[in-house]
Design a protein around this ligand. Structure first.
Ligand SMILES: Nc1ncnc2c1ncn2[C@@H]1O[C@H](COP(=O)(O)OP(=O)(O)OP(=O)(O)O)[C@@H](O)[C@H]1O
Ligand SMILES: [Mg+2]
Length: 442
C-alpha cells in the first residue's frame, strides 16, 4: 500500500491505491484479505463493479458475521454483495479538501468502522483514510492560522500607523485652528497699536509746542516777537491736527484693542480649562440650582432666542464642583440658542432615579446631521464660522461630566431639534478634587 504525504492540500494527496474487490468475491476470500498483513491497517475494503464503487465492507461488520457459529460453513461461499454497506462515503478527486472534509465529517459513523472511497468522475480511484484527511485539514488550518496571524499583525501595525498619522493630522488641524483664532484679533490689535503710535507722535509734537510756549511765557527775557512766533506755530499745528478728534480716535482704538485682547484671553482660558481641570471647590448642591444659575448667566444670549420651559423635579444634592456644572449647562444652553433658526423652545427636565440624577436639555433647533453626530464632542469640532466657535464647548462639557463619574449622550433629528441627556451619580467620586492633566491631542 503506497504511503502518501499528508501535507498535500488536495484530495489527490490522500489517495491510497488499494485493490478493490468484486461484489462476487466470496466471504472466505475476504477473510483471507483481512488477515493478510498487507491489509492489516485497513478498516474497510472497497467493493467495485464495472469500475464504479458500489459499497464498502468493514472489518468490524465482517467480524460480526464471520465470527458467529457456523458462519464459515453457512456464508463462506456467499458473495460479499449481500453483506456490504451499499452507501459508502464517496469523495471526488477534484473536490477542495475542506469540502471533502466537511462531507466526510458530517457523514462519518461512530465508532469509526470505515474509511472513504475516492473517485474520479464516479470511477473508483482508491481509498482515503479518515485520519489522513483530518491530519491534512489540521496542517492546512495551522497554515491558515499562521497566515491569519501574519495578516492580523500587519493590520495592527498599519492601524497603528494610521492612528499616528490621524493624530498628527488632527494636531496639525488643531494648531492651525488655534493660530487662526488668535491671529484675527491679534491682527487688529497690532494695527490699532501702530495707528495709536503715529497719533501719539503727533500729540507729542503738539504738547512740545505748548511746552515751548509756556516756557517762553514764563521766561521774562522772552520778547513779544518770540512769543508771537511760538503762538503762530502752535496755531498752525492746531489747524493741521484736531487734538480732540485724535484723542477720541485713540480712545476708540484702545477700546477695540482691549476687546481683541479679551477674545484672545478667552480662547487661552478655554484651552487651559480643557487641558487642565483646575482643582475646583466641591459642594453638595442640587443640579436645579446649577441650572438656574446657568440660565441666569446666559439670559442675554437666551432671551431673544428661546422660551425656557422648566420641568425640574425633586433632586437629592450631589457632591460636585458647581462652577464646572454651571459651565456644562451654560455650554448646552448657548449651543441650543445658537441652533435656533428663529425663536424656539428650550425644554429642561430633571429627575432622579436609581441613585442617579438625570437632566434632559432639549431644543427645537435645526438638529445635528447624523454624519457629524459622533464628532460633536471632539475638541475643536465646530460648524460655526471662524471667530464664532472654538469647538471646545462640548469637549469641555464631556470632560466635566466624565470627571464627575457621569455620562452624556445626544439624540438629534435634523429640522426637529436636539436633546442632550446627562446622568450623574448622587454619590459622585469626584476626580476633580485632584487636578488632572489631560492630553489635548490624545
Ligand atoms: N443644540 C445643538 N443643536 C445643533 N447643533 C449643535 C448643538 N449643540 C452642538 N451642536 C453642534 O456641535 C458643534 C460643536 O459644539 P461645541 O459647543 O463643542 O462647539 P461650538 O459651539 O461650535 O463652539 P464654542 O462652544 O466654542 O462656541 C457645534 O458647532 C454645532 O455644529
Ligand atoms: Mg458651543
Amino acid at each position: 500500500m503506497p504511503q502518501t504525504s499528508h501535507a498535500g492540500k488536495d484530495v489527490f494527496s490522500l489517495v491510497n491505491s488499494i485493490e478493490a474487490i468484486s461484489p462476487d468475491c466470496p466471504l472466505e476470500d475476504v477473510a483471507e484479505l483481512f488477515s493478510n498483513p498487507k491489509y492489516s491497517k485497513l478498516l474497510s475494503l472497497p467493493v467495485v463493479e464495472n469500475g464504479r464503487p458500489i459499497g464498502m465492507i468493514s472489518r468490524y461488520r465482517f467480524m460480526d458475521i464471520y465470527l458467529k457459529r457456523y458462519a464459515r460453513e453457512l456464508h463462506g461461499k456467499r458473495p460479499i454483495r449481500s453483506f456490504l454497506n451499499d452507501k459508502p462515503l464517496l469523495v471526488e478527486l477534484d473536490q477542495p479538501l475542506a469540502i471533502a472534509a466537511q462531507h466526510v465529517a458530517s457523514n462519518m459513523q461512530f465508532p469509526l468502522t470505515e474509511d472513504f472511497i475516492i473517485t474520479r468522475r464516479g470511477h473508483y480511484l482508491g481509498v482515503g483514510f479518515v485520519m489522513d484527511l483530518l491530519h491534512a485539514m489540521e496542517v492546512q488550518m495551522r497554515a491558515n492560522t499562521s497566515e491569519l496571524e501574519q495578516a492580523n499583525a500587519q493590520l495592527k501595525s498599519s492601524q497603528l500607523a494610521l492612528v499616528q498619522s490621524e493624530k498628527m493630522a488632527s494636531l496639525g488641524q488643531m494648531v492651525a485652528g488655534i493660530a487662526h483664532e488668535i491671529n484675527t484679533p491679534l491682527g487688529y490689535v497690532q494695527n490699532n497699536v501702530a495707528i495709536g503710535q503715529a497719533l501719539f507722535q503727533q500729540i507729542q509734537t503738539l504738547i512740545a509746542g505748548y511746552e515751548g510756549l509756556l516756557d517762553d511765557l514764563l521766561d521774562e527775557q522772552a520778547t513779544e516777537e518770540q512769543i508771537a512766533v511760538q503762538m503762530q506755530q502752535i496755531g498752525e499745528l492746531r489747524n493741521d491736527m484736531n487734538a480732540r478728534e485724535m484723542l477720541g480716535e485713540m480712545h476708540g482704538l484702545m477700546g477695540d484693542s482691549l476687546y481683541g485682547i479679551a477674545q484672545i484671553s478667552e480662547l487661552v482660558l478655554n484651552l487651559k480649562n480643557f487641558s487642565r481641570m483646575d482643582a475646583a471647590a466641591t459642594e453638595a448642591v442640587s443640579l436645579n440650582d446649577c441650572i438656574e444659575s446657568a440660565l441666569n448667566i446666559g439670559r442675554n444670549v437666551l432671551k431673544d432666542k428661546v422660551e425656557v420651559v422648566r420641568e425640574l423635579g425633586d433632586l437629592p444634592r450631589i457632591t460636585c464642583a458647581p462652577s464646572q456644572l454651571n459651565q456644562v449647562f451654560l455650554n448646552l444652553f448657548t449651543n441650543a440658542a445658537q441652533a435656533m433658526e428663529g425663536f424656539g423652545k428650550l425644554h429642561i427636565r430633571t429627575w432622579s432615579e436609581d441613585g442617579m440624577v438625570h437632566v434632559n436639555v432639549a431644543d427645537s433647533g435645526r438638529g445635528i446631521p447624523q454624519e457629524i453626530l459622533t464628532r460633536i464632542f471632539d475638541p475643536f469640532f465646530t460648524t460655526k464660522p471662524v471667530g464664532e466657535g472654538t469647538g471646545l464647548g462640548l469637549a469641555i462639557t464631556h470632560q466635566i461630566i466624565q470627571k464627575h463619574g457621569g455620562d452624556i449622550t445626544v439624540d438629534s433629528r435634523v429640522g426637529e431639534g436636539t436633546c442632550f441627556h446627562i446622568s450623574l451619580p448622587v454619590a459622585s467620586a469626584l476626580a476633580a478634587q485632584q487636578p488632572a492633566v489631560l492630553e489635548v491631542a490624545a
